[in-house]
Design a protein around this ligand. Structure first.
Ligand SMILES: Cc1cc2nc3c(=O)[nH]c(=O)nc-3n(C[C@H](O)[C@H](O)[C@H](O)COP(=O)(O)O)c2cc1C
Ligand code: SF4
Length: 607
């Protein structure tokens, strides 16, 4: 139950910013279709992305706004798109406070106290009391608009260091007036909003508050204080709590990448749930119904379909990194945000398409092409499917990538794609596509003569190098970093030398954390800013030098170079990549290619 509402099940989508709105803050058809698809997929409770209650709190260039009645008709379309599919829809009300940019808001930033945000590198102005009152009222007016638009309830975004959370936390609230200092005072802004919403909409209008139960910053919120806040919210009549963690400074905890444990923050939610007795939403890489079921001890979860049919998120955080530029995208599910237009258009002239090699882009393009009526065969001679991601799935902590690849293979084969362990042969296809891989990054510090193997060699056959004793890995990218991890896992003494100021600089920072921890645990040494020969103890023999650059493939194109013997006309190339952001670009390009694929137009017969 959520107040007066009975939920169809306990699967919930928490707020997920998409940047799918118009630049002036209106709901789009794409956003409606995106959330409707989640409701259709079985999520009983859908919380929208954060909606801007005031222009000074805009966090994305294309954020849905709710600071004016003119937004109500669009929001009503959004609410009915979800409820038509059987979902309960809750609007998340937010103001970014110090965690945005004046370039986005068009206003100087405001916050409880003038404490700069190190991520956005701007210092806000401390709010005056009359401004605080105005913003409280902005939240209340926004809630009234949500109710008018047909939403089932409201969530106040009090987590992640945004304005409400910033008032709650001693880290970001250094005020000495009625809104700062004691917990009573820090709670005042939130409780005033709760009271205002209840006065305007009644105490039974479903109301959720989202909190960060740990902020991971000095003086930040931690579980005991979060429990106290939660109890006060319960006593005030809030119907449910949503428990998250983190602020911008600790965003690697807020949304975690693969390699981090699944369900890590559920004990925080459990503690708040048992302290308050309120329905509590938990997050933190809850990928599987099994994890959710364990967390909800004794709880019943309605599950639709088999887990094997799920296209697994592989925790790359591309969606988070790309929320602002250009919008939420995903290498596993490129239909995201395009749900209404992604339906396959039958090919006018179906062809026999051969794809030599696999990659995530190839598996996706093959599925798209097959659904359009093309006869698709993937020719993979290598031991792993999924190209560079297939290799990455062997890296300690990244094993879940294999499940995603398996799901992509399953989806493609269900659509009729054949996967064969043989080279394409002349006359058996009309169109041939090949996979093009980027060359491994060129580490410095090694000459061509010294260079023994590349990071790809290690990733492809880690067992071949297990006896190396000592290895020096040169490179600043994710592939070099994770090759070092694989070697360390195999018992090789590893020195990872990155010419950059950090390791894995092409990747989401979350992966740097995961790799540093993994390398440290396995006794590897990391040297950053490495320009010269390896430092420290001389490397005893036998030493393996793993370098980014590979002189065998000077054109930066392993796929093409690997098959000089294949005397077939190649019609096009599909990309592959190791780093998830680049991988996403290859998937989107491949989908566009498959969507446009058609046989040659036949000459019109003469009359
Ligand atoms: C793309 C993206 C956008 C997000 N936008 C919001 C948001 O608008 N409001 C919010 O409260 N949390 C937001 N979050 C945080 C998520 O709701 C969630 O707490 C976080 O992803 C951790 O949960 P998970 O590991 O289960 O995904 C966002 C996360 C991602 C990945
Ligand atoms: S696969 Fe990556 S982009 Fe897609 S939902 Fe998961 S983390 Fe986000």
């Amino acid at each position: 139950m959520l107040g007066r509402l009975r939920l169809p099940n306990r699967f919930t989508i928490p707020g997920l910013t998409t940047n799918y709105a118009t630049p002036d803050g209106f709901v789009t058809d794409a956003l409606c279709a995106y959330l409707a698809a989640r409701a259709r997929g079985g999520f009983g409770l859908i919380v929208t992305e954060n909606l801007g209650v005031h222009p000074s709190g805009r966090v994305m260039p294309r954020m849905v706004m709710i600071d004016d009645d003119r937004y109500v008709p669009g929001l009503a379309r959004l609410a009915s798109a979800v409820t038509r599919e059987g979902g309960i829809v809750i609007g998340q009300l937010s103001h970014a406070g110090r965690q945005t940019k004046s370039r986005i808001t068009g206003f100087p930033l405001v916050a409880p106290s003038a404490i700069p945000c190190p991520i956005n590198r701007e210092t806000p102005r401390a709010l005056a009391v009359d401004e605080i009152r105005e913003l409280e009222q902005a939240f209340v007016s926004a809630a009234v608009r949500l109710a008018a638009a047909g939403f089932d309830g409201v969530e106040i975004h009090g987590a992640h260091g945004y304005l409400v959370g910033a008032f709650l936390s001693r880290y970001s609230n250094r005020r000495d007036d009625a809104f700062g200092g004691s917990l009573d005072n820090r709670l005042r802004f939130l409780l005033d909003i709760v009271d205002g919403i209840q006065r305007a909409l009644g105490r039974d209008f479903p109301l959720i508050v989202r909190l960060s139960a740990r902020e991971f910053v000095p003086d930040g919120l931690d579980l005991p204080e979060a429990i106290e806040i939660a109890r006060r919210l319960r006593d005030r009549g809030v119907h449910a709590l949503s428990v998250s963690v983190g602020v911008y400074e600790s965003f690697n905890k807020l949304s975690m990448v693969s390699g981090e444990p699944e369900g890590q923050w559920l004990p925080l939610a459990a503690a708040i749930r048992s302290a308050t007795g309120l329905p509590t939403i938990g997050v933190g890489r809850v990928k599987r119904a099994r994890v959710a079921e364990e967390a909800l001890a004794g709880g019943q979860i309605d599950r639709d379909g088999e887990e094997s049919r799920i296209l697994w998120c592989f925790g790359c955080n591309v969606c988070l990194g790309r929320t602002a530029r250009p919008e939420t995208i995903c290498p596993v599910n490129p239909a995201v945000g395009r749900e209404a237009t992604f339906a396959p258009v039958p090919a006018a002239r179906p062809v026999r398409l051969a794809i030599r090699g696999t990659s995530v882009s190839a598996l996706t393009a093959a599925w798209v092409a097959a659904r359009r009526g093309h006869a698709v065969t993937i020719h993979e001679l290598g031991p792993v499917l999924g190209g560079l991601q297939g290799l990455r799935a062997r890296v300690p902590g990244q094993e879940e990538i294999a499940e995603t690849i398996e799901a992509l293979v399953g989806r493609a084969t269900e659509a009729g794609v054949k996967i064969v362990r043989a080279e394409p042969r002349p006359g058996e296809h009309d169109v041939l596509w090949m996979i093009r891989r980027p060359a491994p990054a060129r580490g410095n510090g090694g000459t061509a003569a010294e260079r023994t193997v590349t990071s790809y060699d290690v990733l492809a056959s880690p067992g071949d190098f297990a006896g190396a004793g000592r290895a020096v890995v040169l490179g600043d990218d994710l592939a070099s970093t994770e090759a070092a991890l694989l070697l360390a896992e195999a018992g090789v003494g590893v020195e990872l030398r990155s010419p950059a100021r950090d390791i894995a600089v092409d990747a989401h920072p979350g992966f740097r954390d995961v790799a540093r921890r993994g390398l440290g645990r396995r006794g590897a040494t990391i040297v950053t800013g490495a320009n010269d020969e390896p430092t420290g103890a001389p490397v005893p023999e036998p030493a393996l030098l793993v370098a980014g650059g590979d002189p065998r493939f000077p054109d930066g194109d392993l796929g093409r170079s690997e098959a000089p013997e294949l005397s077939l006309k190649v019609d096009d190339y599909l990309g592959d990549a190791y780093e998830p952001g680049r991988l996403t670009a290859t998937v989107y390009e491949a989908v566009a290619r498959a969507a446009a694929l058609d046989g040659p137009a036949r000459a019109t017969p003469e009359r």
